[in-house]
Design a binder for this molecule. Structure first.
Ligand SMILES: Nc1ncnc2c1ncn2[C@@H]1O[C@H](COP(=O)(O)OP(=O)(O)OP(=O)(O)O)[C@@H](O)[C@H]1O
Length: 486
């Protein structure tokens, strides 16, 4: 309520200050004051006897000087304008109050926050959408709201381009849980992603892919070695393989392996497209690994107290790829592990010769672990009881179209979505600014588009106004949270 008042005040401060002077009381007082200066006119009824002649209409009843006349008329009209302006200003303020309240403070629980906050079982909220629409602000404000409502809350940024620190105006970097100062109840923040700065590999995802390739090549080498062993010239075979691998388009490897009777294996490896993956690791892998890392430590008893986890996710494209990633990795890793099994006899034969079974086993275990973790991430996204994906958008045709596609993809993946936040809506008070009026008209069209969109119309529509300050720091986030998550 006080926030609405603050917002109201921020929108109307200039007219309010004007109003301090332009009260009807002041205006009336001013009129009386000026009336006391009114120029004296001659009375038509003379005290002197008259011959009952109808008096002539005076041509000029005023006998004061022209300056006084000017003064009188000028200030009288000023006063009248003042009075009308004062009443107009009152009406104007009343309109603004109603307008801001209609956007900023819906009378009912539009967002369904009561439902979000109830219960002590752990719940995950993932906020996602197009870049720059306000995902971080909405996620951070939701986290503050949860914390202020008695939940041990963790807000996690899995967007490789973190902005949680900026949003909370606190240093939350370092990949560790950092307590956020300000909320009533414990709130921790974590900026995490698959990228490991200490690793000599550019990212954790690449490391995993190297690991995949490592196992694959070991499998291939072991087969090569095994055959080479039977040919009693392992060095020659290895050199031949290296040369073949250098040939363009990978066909060299295939020819080489065909020549060794391993064409089938080469085809299966080709399907994995590991070379391509190494060049361009799939977007979303870092984020999936980041989420799985968070899930991993949340499984430990010391973090069991966290009952609300809010994820500030990467922009739409990444999230969509993230969703298909577990299946992709699942299939890839599954294939590699199958390949490994296929030549188990060869590897055990090689173990006795090369003694490298342990390394291979570690890599395989890591892949198996990664596969399990990816499956867990996928399951988390599908869990309708504990997880919800909240789409954040802005009222523009482009953003709404992208949100519609996101919702369609999420539905296809069976990811639960119930709410849609439309952020940065202009309050309906901007008729004195042509730019704002046109912009707001556009926004209303986009809102209509949402109401008629087959993907979006069924979602709870949460309208969040564009506020005239940057949303930074816990007080600002609390302010925004009280408006959005009413
Ligand atoms: N309702 C709002 N009113 C005014 N400013 C807002 C509002 N919502 C967000 N902002 C501002 O917009 C900017 C971008 O917001 P935010 O970082 O939350 O977006 P994002 O979607 O997380 O961006 P990115 O995709 O780059 O991570 C910030 O400066 C934030 O203060």
């Amino acid at each position: 309520m006080e926030k609405t008042a603050a917002l109201n005040a921020s929108f109307t401060s200039y007219s309010l200050s004007f109003n301090k002077i332009l009260t009807p009381k002041n205006s009336m007082a001013a009129v009386s004051f000026l009336a006391s200066f009114s120029p004296r006119t001659h009375s038509l009824s003379s005290p002197f006897p008259s011959l009952s002649i109808k008096p002539k209409r005076p041509t000029n009843t005023f006998q004061g000087d022209s300056f006084t006349l000017f003064f009188y008329y000028f200030f009288s009209s000023l006063c009248l304008s003042w009075v009308s302006l004062s009443y107009w200003s009152w009406i104007y303020n009343l309109y603004i109050w109603v307008a801001v309240r209609s956007v900023a403070a819906p009378t009912e629980d539009v967002a369904g926050f009561d439902d979000m906050v109830s219960g002590k079982q752990r719940k995950y909220y993932m906020l996602g959408g197009k870049g720059g629409v306000g995902k971080t602000s909405c996620a951070a404000s939701l986290a503050v709201k949860f914390a202020n409502n008695g939940h041990h809350t963790l807000v996690v940024s899995t967007d490789p381009a973190h902005s949680l620190s900026d949003s909370f105006a606190q240093d939350l970097t370092g990949g560790m849980l950092v307590p956020v100062e300000g909320p009533d109840f414990p709130l921790f923040a974590l900026e995490v992603c698959g990228i490991n700065s200490k690793s000599k590999f550019p990212s954790f995802s690449l490391k995993i892919l190297f690991c995949l390739l490592h196992v694959t090549l070991e499998v291939v080498y072991s087969k090569v070695k095994f055959i080479a062993l039977t040919q009693i010239n392992p060095e020659k075979a290895r050199e031949e393989f290296r040369d073949a691998a250098k040939n363009n388009g990978g066909t060299g490897v295939k020819d080489f392996m065909d020549g060794m009777g391993l064409g089938m294996l080469a085809e299966q490896l080709g399907e994995l497209k590991l070379g391509e993956l190494l060049d361009t690791p799939p977007p979303g892998l870092d984020e999936a690994i980041a989420i799985s890392k968070v899930m991993q430590f949340l499984d430990s008893p010391q973090y069991s107290k966290f009952t609300r986890i809010v994820f500030d996710t990467a922009p739409t494209g990444h999230t969509l790829r993230l969703l298909s990633l577990p299946d992709f990795l699942d299939a890839s890793i599954g294939k590699i592990l199958k390949l490994r099994e296929k030549i188990a006899s060869a590897t055990s034969a090689i173990k006795s010769v090369f003694g490298q079974e342990e390394t291979r086993q570690n890599a395989a275990d890591k892949l198996e672990q990664l596969r399990e973790r990816m499956v867990k991430v996928r399951d988390l996204f599908h869990d309708t009881d504990s997880t919800e994906f909240v789409i954040v958008t802005i009222p523009t045709v482009m953003a709404v179209s992208e949100s519609s596609r996101l919702r369609a993809s999420l539905s296809k993946e069976n990811v639960p979505v119930r709410r849609l936040i439309v952020n940065q809506i202009l309050p309906p008070l901007a008729f004195d600014c042509k730019f704002c009026a046109v912009k707001r008209k556009d926004q209303m069209r986009a809102l209509d588009m949402i109401r008629n969109d087959p993907e979006l119309s069924s979602l709870k529509l949460i309208q969040s106004p564009l506020v005239d300050m940057e949303i930074r720091g816990v007080p600002a986030l609390k302010f925004m949270g009280d408006i959005v998550w009413k």
